[in-house]
Design a protein around this ligand. Sequence first.
Ligand code: MMA
Ligand code: CA
Length: 283
Amino acid sequence: MVSLEEELELSMTYENFEDVPARKAASRRSVEDFNVPAAAPGMKMYRLVVVSFGLLCILQAALNISLRLTLFSQPNSLTEERDEMKRIYLDLEAGCNNLTEERDDLKRTLENYVSQQNSLTEERDEMKRINLDLEAGRNLLTEENHGLKRTLEEYAHYLQQGWVYFSGSFYRISSTMKPWQDSRRDCQQRGADLMIINSQEEQDFSRQYKNIIWIGLMDRDTEGEWTWVDGTQLTTSFWHSGEPNNYDKRNEDCVNINHHDHTNSWNDAPCENEYFWICEKKM
Ligand code: MMA
Ligand code: CA
């Protein structure tokens, strides 16, 4: 219950907050408009308390609802969020595992490539070496080929000039007679030299020509030291019996084939004498 003093005080406080003349006018108007008798100050106070209480109740209810919503919905949303996070985490984990596997695969592939490349590099180097060897071989063959070509051309040349081939050499008998030195010069001008006899077979071959013919043997530099035109000393000789003899104290420093009907056919004779001659071109 509100005491009279309190009611008065409240009313006065209330009136202090409002425009008193305006409120009085409004109060008068509502009385005139609705024809309701003006409420007593106590009644007014009562209404104010009831309205305030009502408002407080509504506020309480709203607070309750919002609290309830917050308290009951929050754990749900947190769980959902946690589950969502869990899913995301699991997805990420799976993705991460996939990436790890992929990385390992790539690592293996890369290692394979590297080892493959290494073996290819080795193979390439081996091929390079083989190639160099083959190139050297080809160069040798090319040189050999050129040499054979030159030889073949030489063979063709000497055959065309009427030379006779025997056991690795071409031979040519002159059609004129000259001293030993001029005979030798003629052979040299044909790319050859006077015949050198190294074997029984060659000796036999030389005897088929029935004229007296100069061969490439002499002792002009040192008497009695018989030397072939290639500078080698005489080892196997085919002197006719009694030769060499510097016949009649003549200076017989050059050698010819004189006795064709004998295996030993050689004779020493003066170099200025003119005879046919035989050239030899070693092939
Ligand atoms: C010739 C001459 C000489 C040779 C004798 C051999 C007469 O001279 O060829 O060199 O030694 O014959 O009888
Ligand atoms: Ca003689």
